[in-house]
Design a protein around this ligand. Structure first.
Ligand SMILES: Cc1ncc(COP(=O)(O)O)c(C=O)c1O
Ligand SMILES: [Zn+2]
Length: 428
């Protein structure tokens, strides 16, 4: 049923399933599928254009439901070959959508509150979804080294995916990341390079490397493979709707670093509507940032269309991108859907991590603290409607950012006898 579009890039012929071309988000200029990310006409970002014209809604729904319990159930909607599930990759996705009734009571939500818990992915963050797409593109374009600039989670996801696929990996991170993220990225055996600078410096360095013979043959998942990589976040939208019984939620709260994930969740929801897989009705998308890196939130509140870069200073290091590439598109989506972009302090991030852990037994990394904290703030400010179905994303695992909750630990240290236990005031 999938339309097999075979595109030609130089000497290579690539089969990326329903992906038909790359199309500029600004001027609509189309180019064949290839490892490019900027429009040759206007320098706008390129994204994947699909041919879904042969799909029958009910046939597609059945095919998805009969598919594997991972992102490849949505292969007909992704830039991947039809046999993708048979290739060595991490098969991420189909993570839990947790009905968070205790958290709902705590936050005063009556319309149904869900946590999409993406800490359940193979390397414990949503980044496995995007890397899985980039890996297919890397294979199609003949790259032998997988690389990226990362705020931490992506580094681990690239290292693991490359290990499974038998490719070399060499990834770049700011030198001062959390130990959990560094170990998680290094353990898969690829090369891990700390750069003396922040994420924006790392990203600039990677752009330079792409243009240099030193980086020849390298697929940078979030730079020259970015159009493919970004599509992986659509699977969060697909899963949320399918797990809700093929229904759109009313409100979704999404963390923002570069803003890619938020824009692709919107793209995924729009596709489901156009394909007839969900009813066409309004939904609102809310963006969440930490105050110490809040360029999009500041622009939203000021009514600006442009995002002024910031120098990040927050414990939410995975979201610490001071110059977010997709910032203006996030502003458009928040405004178009009637959502908002808000930020919370580091203290509120830590509080929110604890609230989620203590109400639902979900240990989120700081990015999850940001989304839960922003959800709480938006409800308190009357911006988010507590009577509507709301989905909050937890995109990473708390074990990677233990320092954020370093104050939590032993309740007491006792001698191994009952008297000592009673003295500690723990007896029932
Ligand atoms: C845990 C986590 N959540 C969310 C994001 C945001 O991703 P994006 O750059 O797509 O906005 C990141 C990015 O690194 C992340 O690591
Ligand atoms: Zn263009």
């Amino acid at each position: 049923m999938a339309v097999q579009t075979v595109a030609s890039t130089g000497n290579t012929t690539v089969d990326l399933g329903p992906a038909a071309a790359l199309s500029c988000r600004e001027c609509g200029h189309r180019v064949p599928l290839g490892p490019v990310f900027a429009c040759e006409e206007c320098f706008g970002p390129l994204e994947i254009a699909y041919d879904f014209s042969s799909y029958d809604t009910e046939e597609l729904r059945k095919r998805i439901e009969a598919g594997p319990a991972n992102i490849w159930r949505y292969a007909p909607l992704l830039p991947v070959p039809a046999d993708v599930a048979d290739k060595p990759n991490l098969n991420p996705g189909w993570t839990k959508l947790v009905k968070a009734d205790n958290l709902a009571r705590t936050l005063g939500v009556t319309g149904g509150l869900y946590v999409k818990d993406d800490s359940g992915n193979p390397t414990h963050s949503f980044k496995d979804r995007v890397v899985a797409q980039a890996l297919e593109a890397a294979r199609a374009f003949g790259f032998t080294t997988l690389s990226c600039s990362s705020t931490g989670n992506l580094a681990g996801a690239v290292g693991a995916a490359a290990a499974r696929a038998g490719l070399r990996s060499c990834v770049f991170i700011p030198h001062d990341l959390e130990q959990g993220k560094v170990v998680m990225a290094a353990v898969y055996g690829g090369e891990l390079v700390g750069i003396e600078g922040n994420y924006d410096d790392v990203n600039r360095f990677c752009s330079e490397l792409i243009g240099d013979p030193a980086g020849e043959g390298w697929g940078f998942v979030n730079v020259n493979l970015r159009p493919y990589y970004a599509e992986g976040s659509k699977t969060l939208a697909y899963e949320i709707c399918e797990q809700l019984g093929w229904r759109l939620p009313d409100q979704i709260v999404v963390p923002i670093a570069s803003g890619s994930q938020l824009t692709k969740i919107d793209k995924g929801l729009q596709e489901l509507i156009k394909l007839g897989l969900v009813e066409d009705r309004p939904y609102k998308i809310f963006g969440a940032q930490a105050e110490g890196c809040s360029p999009v939130s500041v622009a939203f509140k000021a009514g600006h269309d442009v995002v002024r870069p910031q120098k990040p200073n927050t414990i939410a290091k995975s979201l610490a991108i001071g110059n977010p590439a997709d910032g203006p598109y996030v502003l458009d989506i928040a405004r178009r859907t009637g959502g908002a972009v808000e930020d919370v302090t580091d203290e509120q991030v830590v509080d929110a991590i604890k609230i989620l852990a203590r109400t639902e037994g979900i240990f989120a990394e700081t990015a999850g603290g940001v989304t839960v904290g922003v959800t709480k703030k938006l409800i308190e400010n009357g911006v988010l409607d507590p009577t509507k179905t709301t989905v909050v994303l937890n995109t990473g695992d708390g074990l990677k950012t233990l320092d954020a909750v370093a104050g939590t630990g032993l309740t007491a240290t006792i001698r191994p006898n009952l008297d000592s236990f009673r003295e500690a005031g723990l007896a029932s």
